[in-house]
Design a protein around this ligand. Sequence first.
Ligand code: ADP
Ligand code: MG
Length: 409
Amino acid sequence: MSTIRLVDVTKTYSRSALPDRIARANSVHSQADRAFAERALAHTVEEQSQRSQGAGPIVALDHVNLTIPDGHTFAILGPSGCGKSTLLRVVAGLIQDYQGHVYYDDQAMEEIPPKDRYIGMVFQNYALYPHFESKGNLDFFFRIRRAPDEEAEERIRITSEMMGIGFKELLGRKPGTLSGGQQQRVAIARAIVRNPRLFLFDEPLSNLDAKLRTQTRVEIKRLLHRFGITSIYVTHDQTEAISLGDQIAVMREGKIEQVGPYQELREKPVNAFVAGFLGYPPMNLLPGGTVEDGELRLGDIGVPLPASVRERVREGQSLTLGIRPEEMKLILGRGIESDGVRMRGAVEVVEPDFARQSQLAYVRTGSMTYSATGALDVTTMINTGDVVDVVFPPEKCYFFDGESGLRVA
Ligand SMILES: Nc1ncnc2c1ncn2[C@@H]1O[C@H](COP(=O)(O)OP(=O)(O)O)[C@@H](O)[C@H]1O
Ligand SMILES: [Mg+2]
């Protein structure tokens, strides 16, 4: 077991290799949750175009400092192309030409080759050896180390037991005869069998369909709890990050934006990027407001600023308003009286959310589009084109600087 530390790690790539990278980024989202994948992809495309305009190398990791405590599962969450895989590969030692330092406990890892780091890695594509049966995939590691047969047998036996119901039956089959979920179970077992001191997962569920994704996620969680081994789990999917990570690091464009437990990231996002990346659906971010007389003026509405915010802003400063869809209450027809900031809009799209016995409406007011779920149960009749009043409590608002994106107060 180890505490993993990255100290001021920077990794750059030369620009010539970019096209291959775009192709890979585009394939990532195929089976992922649509909304997030689209968001991630939008970021990627935007990021790629921004980056490709610049000169000089691509900065995949930009002065990254990160400590992953011993025995914790640490999730790294960010849109595709933000540098997650690069970070994992640096930790694993698969990338060596970087600046900065990586430590396992107090040992600097620069001179230690990957094979001597005792890492179990699981990738998005299962990367099993196709000619070996599952068992052969598991004991490959022992064969290259010339370990005694008894040791390999014993480790495989223990691992199969850990993997649980139905795993033993997979041992005699080749990867080509297994489903994606089964292949990923074998890949996970292959990481476990070597008794690693560190687990690295790189989007291991992205190639599975929704049901298998949930099952395998639960299975990974069960295994990680059982082991208590330091683990880094990289994903663009916040559900996975929330479910598996004791802590989450949110990454953007090679930088770590914020680290903390999910609840903390959600309640106290440091900036608009983190706020707009977390939550389902994420917080509405309405840009283009300005500070006037202790209020945020945005289109036709005025949102009173709390004292803590007023102290930190100047007249005329541009601010982005953040407000969660849950706080946006839709009032249909004449509706009830309700305190708060009120704006009128037209419903553009409605989606039922049966799991929460609710509906999600996308509403447009002027040039702003936002999502609202407040006061909408599944039985409320609501249609595209309906004109509604949307009311939200000003005390639930977040305010971000219009330029830096940093949260005010
Ligand atoms: N082998 C490579 N050659 C050139 N550029 C690369 C290579 N791998 C990654 N990159 C660049 O580094 C950035 C980070 O990539 P990556 O770590 O794969 O991101 P993620 O895993 O978050 O999708 C990408 O924007 C990409 O342009
Ligand atoms: Mg990746």
